[in-house]
Design a protein around this ligand. Structure first.
Ligand code: SF4
Ligand code: MG
Length: 324
């Protein structure tokens, strides 16, 4: 299996009024060619900062350490100019709210073409042809007309289709999708997920899918990483995750998924909130919210343990697991 992205000991810190805070704290993972990797966790767990670090799109007070190897090359060693050719061309990104990443003043067609002209060196007429065929590929009715329209003339679901068309524009090897369906209603959400699966099957691109929604993970992902408070707390393939979740945080997330025949009035959500980066507990970061916490959990941070086909950061498994 070819590995296209390898993230090693990624640490992302920000200078703030509270001093330097660490939002991503020693994260390791890799993505293979053609694979969809899910990154799950509540907001504030460092998922989006992980993806912005890979794209090197952090605000000026952010600093990245570690290695991010894309096709064997450390992205952190590239010049800004080299990085620009990676962005959009080799790694494309789809965000939750397309309105923030689409330019309201430019037509849909022009925005899709811009990246194609820049990276693929096509002329205007060829780029237009490709833009229209991309709009058709993402299931847009009236592709020729939509090509001339502005983002505000489209519905949320259509705008997300435009974002996917833009992401596909240069045949990227990796698409990073950050909560791509969270802002959409359920029916449209299902259509967009179907479309992303179709894109993956047709093009063989890898996808890194960031979501707080385990239902989306179940439908889309091959492998999953669960993040909590800036660290990986569990990693395994998607079937194992659902059959045999190990980390109390993962189990809590699963109990929060509504089921179709659910008669519970309230879902079992996990009590409390993700700790702020400058207020990390001294032991296990999940301990203040964990119903299984033991004395050691409040004292000493657990390591990410290697279990059988599974990685898990929790003292409950200290005896059966090997330290990484
Ligand atoms: Fe809960 Fe302890 Fe495991 Fe942390 S290490 S998740 S507090 S049992
Ligand atoms: Mg986020």
């Amino acid at each position: 299996m070819t590995t296209i992205l390898e993230v090693e000991q990624l640490k992302t810190r920000f200078r703030t009024d509270n001093g330097v805070v660490s939002v991503v704290d020693g994260v390791d993972f890799s993505i293979h060619a053609g694979e969809t990797l899910g990154i799950v966790g509540e907001s504030g767990c460092g998922k989006s900062v992980t993806s912005l670090s890979i794209m090197r799109l952090l605000p000026p007070n952010g600093k990245i350490e570690g290695e991010i190897r894309f096709n064997g090359k450390n992205i952190l060693d590239l010049t800004e100019k080299e990085m620009q050719s990676v962005r959009g061309n080799e790694i494309a990104m789809i965000f939750q709210e397309p309105m923030t990443s689409l330019n309201p003043l430019h037509t849909v067609g022009r925005q899709i073409e811009e990246a194609i002209i820049l990276h693929m060196k096509l002329d205007k007429a060829e780029a237009k042809k490709r833009a229209i065929s991309l709009l058709k590929a993402v299931g847009m009715p009236r592709a020729e007309e939509i090509y001339e329209e502005f983002p505000h003339q489209l519905s949320g679901g259509m705008r997300q289709r435009v974002m996917i068309a833009m992401a596909m524009g240069c045949n990227p090897k990796l698409i990073i999708a950050d909560e791509p369906t969270t802002a959409l209603d359920v029916t449209i959400q299902a259509q967009i997920l179907d479309l992303m699966r179709e894109v993956k099957e047709k093009t063989g691109t890898s996808i890194m899918l960031i979501t707080h929604d385990l239902g989306v993970v179940a439908e889309m992902c091959d492998r999953v990483i669960v993040m909590y408070a800036g660290q990986v707390v569990e990693e395994t393939d998607v079937d194992t995750l659902f059959e045999n979740p190990k980390h109390p945080y993962t189990i809590g997330l699963m109990n929060s998924i509504p089921e179709l025949d659910d008669e519970r009035e309230y879902l079992d959500t996990i009590p409390g909130t993700v700790p702020l980066p400058h207020q990390m507990p001294k032991g296990c970061r999940f301990a203040p919210r964990c119903s299984q916490a033991m004395a050691i959990c409040h004292e000493k941070p657990p390591e990410l343990l290697q279990l059988n086909g599974h990685k898990c950061r929790c003292w409950l498994y200290a005896e059966e697991g090997e330290q990484q």
